[in-house]
Write a protein that binds this ligand. Structure first.
Ligand code: HEM
Length: 449
């Protein structure tokens, strides 16, 4: 395979020193650093806060090709980890005890088999049928603060919506969903700590049953997995012979078969866990980053409001894709490991080296997008990499789109004069190795009775 598949300009000598990555300034606005990397060091070996060295790939053409390159494995067992870093790198799934057979950790043929099975249950049709419930959840959350005239949209809206939505879809009973909210909150906090961030936000749930914030993370993951395993076991025992209308996703996962083969109970539990894990912080940040971008681009926002008032959906649909391109939730959560020597963008990569495709950098590449730093909700030529590319392309993209479109359209329609309650410079971002999103988003609006 050749990199890149479209010719990119040669890296130019840098007139300024390399920008510092993984600082507060970087979390607040990583795009100048990404522009520097694309231009001067498009495939750059970088020491991550955990101490691990990884290659950052920042140009669109290289990034797209790397995401689909079968010589780059998703299995962390291929990582050539220095002995001193064993178990401490922060690479998802590196600790053998934690290693699970889930889609984001495996390669073909195992990946092909599992993805085929889960795709039979998690279908675009099942997601479309879930649309009224997402609308209901969205309205319920807005009802809780609409009369007050102010809210923290992360804590009160963007955070709970995806967790309740995926819990509902999986078939987690409503009375248990607040536990998931707490466990998920702990995991978000863990993400920011792994990236060297401070944890100051109240947006992460109360930790009702999980004790102190730091000690609670491992327990949260364990409790979530334990709960899901038990739920799957119970549902399997009482699965009706034929699927009823609106059957939940866990039952669908148990039922799914391919040439007579089913998911084992363990595989179904790992799958339910990865759907929760891959699907909540990403969507929190799509809603948070997206709302922030709209509030800080009044011209674009009022175009969208006018088109919603006319009952049109086209601008909403292209708009959510553009918000993903412009300031998407996933920065670097795309670990891969070289299984053989290869060259990306003229740079030799050794077997065992970690490679991180920086989606947010690729999606602002001027070689691919006209005016990449401009937010244009009507952008048509928008093959962004926000959902990845190739065999690991986001399985939850239809659900993420549904949630993103419902959340933004409902907010702008029900709270038409929504505005930031603080200066943007006061906002704090949770950034780093995996996701980038706001810790809080204080807003004001005319109270709605
Ligand atoms: C994979 C982004 C929402 C489930 C991915 C990947 C990206 C991504 C970039 C590929 C990672 C890689 O190649 O290394 C996003 C974004 C979302 C979102 C930006 C929200 C805006 C969701 C939701 C779900 C979900 C709601 C499920 C409920 C998954 C799964 C995979 C995945 C299971 C692994 C697919 C595979 O390996 O075959 N996502 N995601 N995602 N996503 Fe999403």
């Amino acid at each position: 395979q050749q990199y890149p598949d479209t010719p990119a300009p040669a890296a130019t000598p840098a007139p300024t020193p390399a920008p510092e990555l993984f600082t507060w300034e970087f979390a607040t606005d990583p795009y100048p650093a990404y522009a520097w990397l694309r231009e001067h060091a498009p495939v750059r070996r970088t020491r991550l806060p955990s101490g691990v060295e990884a290659w950052l790939v920042t140009r669109y053409a290289d990034a797209k090709q790397a995401l689909a390159d079968q010589r780059l494995s998703k299995n962390p067992a291929h990582h050539d980890e220095p002995a001193h870093a064993k178990g401490k790198t922060g690479i998802p799934g590196e600790r053998k005890a934690e290693l699970m057979t889930h889609l984001l950790n495996i390669d073909p043929p195992d990946h092909t088999r599992l993805r085929r099975l889960v795709s039979k249950a998690f279908t675009p049709r099942r997601v479309a049928e879930f649309a009224p419930r997402v609308q209901e959840l969205t309205d319920d959350l807005i009802d809780r603060f609409a009369r007050t005239g102010s809210a923290d949209l992360i804590h009160e809206f963007a955070f709970p919506l995806p967790i309740y939505a995926i819990c509902d879809m999986l078939g987690v009973p409503r009375e248990d969903q607040d536990d998931f909210r707490d466990w998920a909150g702990m995991m978000i906090r863990h993400g920011s700590q792994a990236a060297g961030g401070r944890s100051t936000s109240s947006a992460e749930g109360g930790g009702k049953r999980t004790g102190s914030p730091r000690g609670g993370v491992a327990r949260s993951v364990k409790m979530m997995r334990g709960y899901l395993s038990e739920l799957i076991h119970r549902k399997r025992e009482s699965l009706p012979a034929e699927p009823g209308p609106g059957e939940d996703l866990i039952s669908g996962l148990i039922r799914a078969s391919d040439h007579g083969e089913h998911l084992t109970e363990k595989e179904a539990a790992a799958m339910a866990f990865i759907l929760l894990f891959a699907g909540f912080e990403t969507t929190v940040n799509l809603i948070g980053n997206g709302t922030y971008a709209l509030l800080t681009h009044p011209g674009q926002r009022s175009r969208l409001q006018q088109s919603l008032a006319r009952g049109e959906r086209a601008l909403l649909e292209t708009g959510v894709e553009e918000l993903l391109r412009y300031d998407g939730p996933v920065e670097l959560a795309t670990w891969r490991f070289a299984t053989q020597p290869l060259t990306i963008g003229g740079q030799d990569i050794a077997p065992g080296d970690p490679v991180l495709v920086v989606l947010a950098a690729a999606d602002r590449d001027p070689e691919r997008f006209a005016d990449p730093d401009t937010l244009d909700l009507a952008r048509r030529d928008n093959q962004h990499l926000g959902y990845g590319h190739g065999i690991h392309y986001c399985l939850g993209a239809p659900l993420a789109r549904l949630e993103g479109q419902t959340a933004l359209a409902t907010l702008l329609t029900r709270l038409p004069d929504l505005r930031l309650a603080v200066d943007p410079a006061e906002l704090r971002w949770r950034g780093g190795l995996i996701m980038r999103g706001l810790r809080t988003l204080p807003v004001e609006f005319t109270p709605v009775p």
